[in-house]
Design a protein around this ligand. Structure first.
Ligand SMILES: [Zn+2]
Length: 198
């Protein structure tokens, strides 16, 4: 196989990563060529480790190296307050505020009419089970404030309101159309604190 073919295959694969355009992918590929073989091997094995050792938490769907994630298994967390987020990266953003001591449920997506994902495509089974078992007193819906996030929040409210549970929507102070992961910790912490009952 020619150099350009191998090189272009790698550039194509790197371009699949978010925020990486063709030019950045080419720069990365040239950089990889300059790195020591053992460094490249170590990088490749770390990328593989993500799939080999990290799986969704059996309770909340957060990324975890164990069956149950470090947040769900922490005895100091309030297990009856559940913050619902779209993706595990949103948990990282909320944890950085140091303002929330409950636990989470990760939906692993949101309702998206454009992509044909409706409410039935959301991972809410485990959340509904926990609510039905009366393990939860408060649910804080912290989906993004864009159209998909709002549709998802409305769907959750509809599904969870028959149960005896207080449902809050994260307070806005968050600009409309913003994704949770991009909000600064101070604004996000305040929004959580000022959540409103729905
Ligand atoms: Zn968990």
């Amino acid at each position: 196989m020619s150099f350009s073919r191998i090189f272009n295959e790698l550039v194509k694969s790197l371009s699949c990563l978010p925020g990486v355009g063709r030019r950045s992918a080419e720069r990365m590929a040239f950089h990889l060529l300059k790195m020591k073989p053992e460094e490249v091997k170590s990088l490749a094995s770390k990328m593989q480790d993500i799939h080999n050792h990290i799986k969704p938490c059996r309770i909340c769907n957060n990324f975890s190296t164990n069956e149950i994630c470090s947040i769900c298994s922490d005895p100091k967390r309030d297990k009856d307050i559940v913050c619902v987020v779209e993706e595990p990266k949103d948990i990282m953003a909320i944890e950085k505020t140091y303002g929330f001591n409950g636990v989470y449920h990760v939906l692993l997506g949101s309702i998206s009419p454009i992509e044909g994902i409706g409410g039935e495509g959301l991972n809410i089974g485990k959340l509904v089970e926990r609510t039905a078992r009366r393990e939860i007193n408060e649910i804080i819906i912290s989906t993004d404030s864009d159209n998909e996030g709002e549709l998802t929040a409305q769907f959750l409210i509809q599904k969870l309101s028959p149960y005896k549970v207080k449902i809050y929507r994260i307070a806005m102070g968050i600009p409309l159309g913003t994704q949770i992961e991009y909000i600064d910790s101070a604004t996000l912490g305040k929004a959580l604190l000022e959540r409103k009952l729905v």
